[in-house]
Ligand binder design. Sequence first.
Ligand SMILES: [Zn+2]
Length: 398
Amino acid sequence: MAHDEPSKSAPQTKLVIRNIGLLLSGDLTNPILDADTVVAVGDRIAAVGKEKDVDTSGATSSIDAKGTALAPGLIDSHVHPVCGDWTPRQNQLGWIDSYLHGGVTTMVSAGEVHTPGRPKDIVGLKAMAIFAQRAFHAFRPGGVKIYAGAPVLEHGMVEDDFKELAAAGVKILGEVGLGSVKDGKTAHQMVSWARKYGIQSTIHTGGPSIPGSSLIDKDMVLETDADVIGHVNGGHTALPDDQITALCERSTRALEIVHNGNERAGLLALRTAMEFKQLDRVILGTDSPAGSGVQPLGIVRMISLLSSLGGIPAEVAICLATGNTAKMRKLDCGLIAPGREASFVLMDKAQHTAGKNLLDSIQKGDLPGIGMVIIDGAISVQRSRNTPPATAVPEVVT
Ligand SMILES: [Zn+2]
């Protein structure tokens, strides 16, 4: 995955966020930190701790969190972008900006598959992947980082194609199975070539998503051995339960649960991963835009679903959409720790929730209210226009 360098010529900013009521780390092994202050210098976290213990001097901007919770910016592991902030699938403009209002600061493309007239010849698919990587690298609606340029495998691709794609900056494959390669042997060979040149792979799992796509069953998923078992809960149509549990048991790859999948199957995958003590493999995505539409709150809805019905603490569910996904996708966001990307979402319990506090409200199935989103140490959004209103919202002091 790309670790793209920010501009080094920009003057260094220093952001201090004080009075954080709950610090959610994104780290499954220690999801709640005993800290109330975060300092970011430029686009990196410089310090995390109690206010008296960290250097808050010389801040160029400061925020009073007003006792709200701070978590890493959310990551959507599975999106299908096409061109800028437009999706032809539902003919909607501004969808990425809307997801930002749902706390998402990073997106990973699983293929620009909704592109009208998507080229399927090898020169054409390589050109489109390189174009998408370049275009989304340069275009960040509201600051959101979109890792795109994810070619879909087609028959006839040879090792040199992957070498060439990698050299041109392509770092991810689109969902295996959405192109003409639908047999495990060929898919395994191509995924191995991709891996050799540092390109990460994801496989479509389950029934066809829309007319024209096809079934990928557990045998194909296991034989292909892609880095990410894309929508293990189907997108939408899930595999039979015994095949989902077999994927949890017989593979060590990432288990991606998506909003646009089968929710019951998603809960089964979560419970099975917990039984095997492999919750660190579980990552979250929306698999959108898609036939189901555009879901700006898809990731917070997944957090709430998995916590309230899957029985995991809310602070753990948040780790699935942050630290877990960052680790599996090799991103340097997703954790509140010095040196990591300074992208945050500040949340509080929604007004009039029955929950006692933010975590309790999520465990009761409500959505959090988002009060602010910060990307690379700069405020992108204040009170979200899309979530229910947060009870308390952070205030910009300077
Ligand atoms: Zn899919």
